[in-house]
Design a protein around this ligand. Sequence first.
Ligand code: NAD
Length: 505
Amino acid sequence: MTNHVKSYNENQVAVPQVQDIKLYIDGTFVDAESAEVFDNVNPFTNEKINQVASGGKGDIDRAVKAARKAFNGEWGSLKVSERLKYVNKIADLIDEHIDEIAPLESYDTGLPISQTKKMVARAAQNFRFYAEMVSSRLVGEVYQVDDEFLNYTIHKPVGIAGLITPWNAPFMLETWKIAPALATGNTVILKPAEWSPLTANRLAEIIHKAGLPDGVFNVVHGFGENAGAALVAHPDVELISFTGETTTGSEIMKNGADSLKQFSMELGGKSPIIVFDDADFERALDACTWGIFSFNGERCTANSRLYVHEKIAEPFTRALQERVRNIRVGDPLKAETQVGPLIHKKHFDNVNRYLDIAKEEGCQVIQGHVSSEFENGNFVPPTILLDASQDMKVVQEEIFGPVIAVMAFKDEEEVIEKANDVRYGLAGYVWTNDLQRGHRVAQAIDSGMLWVNSQNVRDLRTPFGGSKHSGIGREGGHYAFEFYTELQVIHVAMKEHHIPQFGKN
Ligand code: NAD
């Protein structure tokens, strides 16, 4: 395996050593058929990190052939217990390398190292969790039909899973899909986001080391419209699990329609946090600040709309501004950094465009501080949009950066209506010490996930996904089985029973 550490910084964080990266197909690291490459850029400096093989239709085709061969061959014929040994082995190897994968992720994405360490640990848990879930919860049902039949259900792997992932928490999100796909017996082709390719290849090295048969796991880097589109359109890929923007999800569904793919769609969000006047002020403030500014604000479940009761709106907003002034913005590889640079110059421009729109729409834009020594990076300071109102673009659209729009409300009815008045429905947060109101408001919000008096903590057993334009279907827990397995029912006659006689003399 390649050496991934160049040196250690003063916090003993590994400074990554990165080579050019290739595709991983059929157990081998290979160039793209076209020999094309693209540059991968460090968001902290905007300097080139390395070159990445740019896959296309031919490469997807090679990966599909390898994945099919493995599915029909060695992988498909393994005992479940043997398959799960591999899945657990992947978890062990990730755990062993957290201190070197987390810096690689921070280097590639600009996410602070204190946060990527937790995400990489979570990635290992994803594999361990699904090994456990498959052995304990992948169960069928039996129906006794009088004394004539026994009907029972079994779960079978679907085949080749095409997994298309975004750049905002790449390693964690990739493993969130790969773990259930492999544990249930499918083979995988991963198409990682083009702006964050590094840890996907590190995972390929780990999976290679874990000894999975060739072709079970493949990585095809490349652009969405090229490698991604070819994966979606391929007639021999049975399912696509996609995480990314809502508009991309809709295009993917259109492109996959001809080959009748199964889809799981984890899409964008514009989630509300509602703070009532009886809420625990400090804890609500902690959760609100973390929920929008962690992961550089590039978080699908970020609370990007704050609705605060008018009685506490002034002190709460003032306290939020104070927090924003104190957030430590800086080098993602430094242990003390709380907010790093945005993933890419294009995304940085996009977020800044929204800040211009906010001003045009009449918001007061309050920002934290970024030191001038970081001017080469894609830094957007933590930002609060005051005087926001429901009809503004910055309230309706996902900005996907460290930007929160603030609005005051009078009563429960009004805030529920406003919280639901966007096209998204991914997550929501309610803060109140009135138990009944907590449940009432939680249930009235249109979202796949809702937290009451809590920041975003997730138990892996619970369903994950969004309603409205935030997604279709649920992953997580046993819910992922509905997508990654094919349910078959077997009807067995237990005795002779009446069969209609056709064409018999
Ligand atoms: P994106 O939609 O631009 O890209 C996601 C992936 O899709 C990338 O790998 C890209 O190459 C690929 N892609 C793009 N066009 C494609 C096409 N035509 N065919 C096939 N693949 C294509 O999203 P992004 O900018 O990488 O990620 C940010 C978005 O992801 C935000 O909207 C965020 O809310 C969302 N997100 C959602 C969740 C969730 O669980 N709901 C989690 C994380 C991120």
